[in-house]
Design a protein around this ligand. Structure first.
Ligand code: NAD
Length: 954
């Protein structure tokens, strides 16, 4: 019969609507308000899938995010690779299959149905149970902007799953009133179906929100949203997860956390079984036993591990006809696809004692409570410290991070009245700390509950009976990891719980040990004979729940994943047939083949034009950063290795930046635009990183320096005009500019009209030839390009790309940061001693140049290489070894090739390399390892062309 275990009334489901769904190929029905797990239980289905390692049947163990076993793959309405049945809301047409823990990614591209949201608030409350609701309402009444997030479809937390009336007032009525008031506050945002999964620095939190299933889905819009929330104060009211204790055969379907059985009863009006045994170490499972009995379950017994049973619960059980077994625990179970019986026995009363005789009790449901773990994953992610509380047998918050408060069960308060009061206090404190004065007090409902008695810390049944190897005492149900595995880890020498975790894989599955983590620490403590508090907790990392990459990516996918940047002249390059190269996000012309030319031929032609006539290149992508302020010069003296403050207005200097360890970070030119104003260029790929770098030093190390910087990369379009005839072309376009050598010398800049466009013209050269870099506003870039093309036509002006640029600069021995360097190269290694100031008292990296390692004579030096065969083109990255093979094997590498080209000007190939003590090997030879061959090469200086530097003045 369909939904045979559904109660005729109660629960928070819509009985007027039937939902059809399929599980493992069979058809079932359920109701709106069900989870897939509750709908399966309503149909008597417990066995979800077989376990990952041992293939043992596994069922539904919990009722929420902490579920370790009931993993499913959802096939419809929208595919989900791997989710827990307890967190999937039932919807019409849902199709799912049980999963053993090995998921398979969806082969088709997921729809772009994830969105990103950003929110700022004064107080973020995570969790909408009694503590969270009291906190949110109290904070809202101060006028603070409040965000309240809860993973469930409706607020209420445990109150909805217990059915225990608050005094003179039904718990859910109070919840409904809170909700109404919160929804009426303009500054409050209630996010349901929203799980906060990451708590990062400065109260930046991330949350995953699901849209309600059903017709709303068909209407389009994002199915999920990832929220990035920045909060002044955070109140964590995340409640507690129940845990079990370990006994033999504790993994069979039908074994369930006691509070989960109770939650399925009250939320979904579902009986998880017909005849139950309840075993516990604390008070909370009694309420589950009594509620199940009242709903018609035959509760055979409550086995309480504590020798003394609280009178209140003993009397109520007696009245309900439930047998209570003090000092007892479940030691093993029977059954296969479903539990058929539990064996209980009296626990030993003293050290060295033995279990009492075992008694078998027939049942189809075994409810377990081994205590409660405050949900502190977010707290720990935010660097909160955890402390073990002996009385509660639980880890509770220790020192809290700044601006984070914990309230309710998450703070080890397991009584409802305490949770309400503490929530209200936390809400007020958080709002006050965010600058708000208390508002009207929130009237908290009275909670009538018996005084709590302390739990017993029981991690595993000490005598495993017929399972002496403890191979069926499961600690992590998902990983199939047992007490035997922990014993093996300890025998192998593991002492830290972090090591045991990694050795056994406990706590590393999708649930990240929500129910097994603390249990594992308890078992380690038993095995080692060391107190739990001494062992400490394991660390938690985001995300708190599994989050799909598609959700994190949101809309940043396909062509939006990595935006393409193009220059103002891009369509001219396309029209000219350029082949493009990706440099960072930029598309840069690589070379411009003409009429069937291959790359080699095109590059040789482009190089000849630059060396003999005139050529032009779009260099707009070079990073440009403007640095301004009265202390700009002093700041730049600190970040560059050479002196910048002595630069005159109108002049340009080449500069190197190093990291604190003295390694070259970037290079470029610095122009002094005015006394307090500089323009820096950076390599194309490093532009953002260099700006970050400057900001970091300015903000964290030298906040007293009055300096500001901004990227102006895409404010300017820039063309390099290169070659002996460059001056002629420039004169034709800029008649007002005195381009004579002495009027406009090398390494200076001038303002001028070029082709009628206001331009900044720099005399710098990355090719060794006479060259100008002409900067115009971005939107005039294409006009400038066209004008240069027209004015240079008579001189045979030739556009060239990055490959030719590389050949030209390599012929001159100019290194490219990131190609010839790799983060382990100092300016001195590059032979650029001249670029490192000896006058400045400090700059980033200076102190590192005195380290023994940076002063070594045999560091790798930047050198040139000429292969003996002038046609041999060495692949970049080629290893270099000594000329005479040494006796030792393997042969030590002396260095490697960093750049290698065919040169039109030299009529041969050449290369640049980093070679150990390279400057002491000038004229010597080494061998390059090319595939299976070794190729003799000669070590030379780095400058191959125009060594006197005669050409740069034209
Ligand atoms: P709660 O469990 O009622 O509410 C916490 C809420 O936070 C839940 O809805 C949970 O789903 C949600 N949540 C947790 N992590 C989240 C996240 N990362 N993102 C979004 N939502 C998240 O907790 P409370 O308000 O502290 O109240 C605890 C209640 O449970 C009290 O009524 C208390 O008596 C009862 N309780 C009793 C015992 C016991 O031993 N008797 C033990 C624990 C709790």
């Amino acid at each position: 019969m369909s939904e045979a275990l559904r109660l005729p009334s109660g629960g928070r489901i819509d009985r007027g609507t039937t939902l059809n769904f399929h599980f493992n190929g069979a058809a079932y029905t359920g109701r709106p308000g069900d989870t897939l797990a509750s709908a399966l239980l309503a149909n008597g289905v417990h066995h979800v899938a077989d376990s990952v390692r041992l293939g043992r049947p596994r069922g539904i163990f919990a009722a929420g995010a902490e579920e370790p076993t009931a993993l499913v793959r959802v096939e419809a309405p929208t595919a989900e690779t791997m989710v827990t049945a307890t967190t999937v809301e039932l919807s019409e047409g849902l199709r799912a299959r049980g999963l053993n823990g090995h998921g398979r990614l969806e082969p088709g591209a997921a729809l772009s149905d994830h969105d990103a949201m950003h929110a700022h608030c004064d107080v973020l409350v995570v969790g909408a149970g009694p503590a969270g609701l009291a906190a949110a309402l109290t904070a809202a009444r101060t006028g603070a902007r409040v965000v309240l997030a809860d993973e469930h479809p409706e607020p209420g937390g445990s109150l909805l799953g217990t059915g225990e009336p608050l005094a003179a007032d039904d718990g859910s009525d109070w919840v409904a009133r809170c909700r109404t008031e919160l929804e009426s506050c303009a500054e409050v945002r209630l996010l349901t179906r929203t799980t906060v999964f990451g708590h990062f620095d400065d109260n930046h939190l991330m949350a995953l929100q699901h849209r309600a299933p059903g017709p709303a889905d068909g209407g389009g819009g994002a199915r999920r949203r990832v929220w990035r929330i920045r909060a002044r104060r955070v109140v964590l009211a995340t409640g507690a997860h129940e845990r079990s204790y370990v006994f033999s055969g504790n993994d069979r379907p039908g074994i369930m956390l006691a509070a989960a059985a109770r939650r399925h009863l009250h939320r979904h009006a579902v009986l998880a079984g017909t005849r139950a045994v309840v075993c516990t170490t604390n008070d909370s499972a009694y309420a589950a036993a009594l509620d199940l009995a009242a709903a018609g379950v035959d509760v055979a017994a409550v086995a309480d591990a504590r020798p003394a049973v609280p009178a209140h619960w003993r009397d109520r059980c007696a009245a309900a006809g439930i047998e209570v077994l003090p000092g007892h625990a479940v030691v093993s179970t029977s059954g296969h696809e479903r539990i058929t019986g539990a064996h209980v026995a009296a626990l030993p009363t003293g050290p060295g004692g033995r279990l009492g005789p075992r008694r078998g009790i027939h049942c189809d449901l075994l409810c377990v409570s081994g205590g409660w773990n405050p949900v502190l994953q977010l707290f720990a992610q935010a660097r909160g410290e955890l402390r073990y509380d002996e009385t509660l047998a639980a880890f509770v918050p220790g020192r809290a991070p700044e601006a984070v408060l914990v309230a309710g069960a998450a703070n080890g308060r397991f009584g409802t009245a305490d949770c309400l009061a503490e929530g209200a206090r936390a809400g007020e404190e958080a709002a006050r700390a965010a600058g708000f004065r208390p508002g009207a007090p929130v009237r908290l409902p009275e909670a009538r509950e018996p005084a709590a008695t302390a739990p017993r810390a029981l991690w595993s049944v000490p005598d495993p009976g017929d399972d002496p190897g403890r191979h069926f005492q499961f600690v992590d149900l998902q990983r199939d990891a047992t007490v035997a595995d922990i014993v093996r880890a300890v025998r192998a020498g593991m002492r830290s719980v972090e090591h045991v975790k990694r050795y056994t894989t406990i706590g590393t599955a999708h649930d990240q040990g929500k129910t097994s983590g603390v249990l594992a620490i308890g078992v380690v403590s038993d095995v080692l004979g060391r107190p739990v508090g001494e062992l400490g907790a394991v660390s938690f990392r985001p995300p708190y729940i599994p989050v799909g990459f598609a959700a994190l990516a949101g809309r940043d996918r396909g062509h939006l994943h990595a935006p393409v940047r193009v220059t103002a002249m891009h369509d001219r390059h396309v029209a000219a047939g350029a082949r493009f190269e990706d440099v960072g996000e930029w598309k840069r012309p690589w070379f411009y083949p003409r009429r069937g030319e291959d790359m080699d031929a095109a590059v040789q032609r482009e190089c000849r034009a630059a060396r003999r006539g005139v050529a032009m290149m779009d260099v707009s992508t070079l990073g440009k950063i403007e640095v301004q302020g009265p202390d700009a010069a002093a700041f730049l003296d600190l970040v560059y290795t050479n002196l910048i403050s002595t630069l005159n207005v109108g002049r340009i200097r080449y500069g190197l930046m190093c990291t604190a360890d003295g390694m070259v970070l970037d290079d470029g030119t610095v122009m002094r635009l005015a006394e307090h104003r500089f323009l820096l260029t950076t390599t194309t790929g490093n532009a953002a990183a260099v700006l970050d770098w400057l900001e970091e030093w300015s903000q964290t190390e030298w906040p007293h320096l009055r300096v500001r910087m901004a990227s102006v990369t895409d404010h300017w379009a820039t063309v390099a005009l290169v070659g002996p005839r460059a001056r002629g072309v420039l004169r034709a376009l800029a008649p007002g500019l005195d381009a004579a050598n002495d009027a406009f010398p090398f390494m200076s800049w001038r303002e001028a009209d070029v082709a009628g466009i206001g331009a900044r013209v720099c005399r710098i050269s990355f090719s060794g030839e006479l060259a100008y870099e002409i900067n115009v506003p971005w939107w005039s870039g294409r006009r400038l390009w066209d004008a240069l093309g027209a004015a240079g036509a008579g001189h045979g002006i030739t556009a060239y790309g990055t490959e030719t640029m590389h050949v030209l600069r390599a012929e001159k021995g100019y290194p490219v940061v990131g190609q010839d360097t790799d983060g382990t190269v100092t300016p001195h290694d590059l032979g650029m001693h001249w670029a490192v100031s000896k006058k400045k008292s400090d700059f980033i990296g200076r102190r590192s140049f005195d380290r023994a390692d940076t002063c070594r004579d045999d560091r790798a030096h930047f050198v040139g290489l000429l292969p003996a065969d002038p046609q041999e083109l060495l692949p970049e990255g080629t290893q270099l070894v000594a000329d005479a093979p040494p006796a030792e094997s393997p042969e030590p590498a002396l260095g490697h090739v960093t750049s290698s080209y065919r040169s039109a000007a030299l009529g041969r190939t050449f290369a640049l390399a980093m070679v150990r003590a390279g400057r002491d090997r000038m004229g010597g030879s080494v061998r390059a390892v090319v595939g299976d061959r070794t190729v003799p090469v000669t070590i030379t200086g780095t400058v191959f062309y125009d060594q006197e530097g005669a050409r740069r003045d034209g």
